[in-house]
Design a protein around this ligand. Structure first.
Ligand code: SAM
Length: 213
């Protein structure tokens, strides 16, 4: 039976993970948030009441009044985005976002990843996962795909090394198994762009994007 898609199936786990990283890494400096999969904006509506979020930009593939409708991998694939918190709360696989983002991480950044039901229970591997697993063009038999899905996150996360980025902390929240919630802290090595502070974008965000939850 196909599992029903729910935007925030395990809200307490998602929130707990985000609170942990926000307290640890963003209590002494401003958090600038790029919410790549805003959906109903539930998570950051709660978190913005609890934490000092200096700027917030939420986008989604789904149209909504006052929100940019975009595939957020296209934002992450550009250089110069100013945020230091990137939330990739997809229904399915977050690894296309991850791969698009890695070459463009220019400052210490906190990233949240949801690997959803589609990825965990799916019968095929995404292009990004196959690459990370070193499978190239090989299409593994369905019988072992589930096992490969189970180890995919470690291999995908390790791709940060290819971009001179250290993962200084990675945590998976306890969940009921329908999805996997991961938080990571990225520290680029000698990759800081001189003069570009968090929040100071090469591509300034219009004022109205601030209040789009
Ligand atoms: C689990 S929901 C997000 C829930 C949201 N974080 C919240 O707090 O309510 C997943 C959302 O990701 C969006 N999405 C999936 N892939 C996307 C992409 N490549 N770019 C932008 N949005 C995407 C979907 O349209 C959906 O609204």
């Amino acid at each position: 039976m196909m599992a029903k898609k729910t935007d925030n199936h395990n809200l307490p786990a998602k929130l707990a993970l985000r609170r942990y990283f926000l307290r640890k890494y963003h209590s002494s400096g401003p958090a600038h948030v790029l919410d790549c999969c805003q959906g109903g904006g539930v998570l950051w509506k709660v978190l913005r009441k609890e934490f000092a979020v200096a700027s917030y930009w939420g986008v989604d593939l789904k149209p909504k009044k006052g929100r940019l409708k975009i595939d957020s991998t296209r934002i992450l694939a550009q250089t110069g985005w100013p945020q230091n918190v990137v939330d990739i709360d997809t229904y399915g696989s977050p690894w296309k976002h991850w791969e698009a983002m890695l070459p463009n991480v220019s400052r210490p950044t906190t990233v949240f990843l949801t690997s959803g039901m589609v990825a965990l229970g799916g019968t095929s591997l995404t292009k990004e996962v196959k690459e990370a697993l070193g499978l190239g063009g090989i299409m593994p038999p369905k019988a072992i795909v589930a096992k490969l899905q189970a180890i995919a996150a470690s291999y995908c996360l390790a791709r940060a090394c290819n971009h001179n980025i250290i993962i200084s902390e990675a945590i998976e929240a306890v969940s009921d198994g329908n999805a996997c919630y991961i938080g990571v802290r990225l520290e680029p090595i000698e990759n800081e762009q001189p003069g570009l502070q968090p929040g100071c974008s090469e591509h300034p965000i219009p004022e109205e994007e601030e209040s789009n939850v």
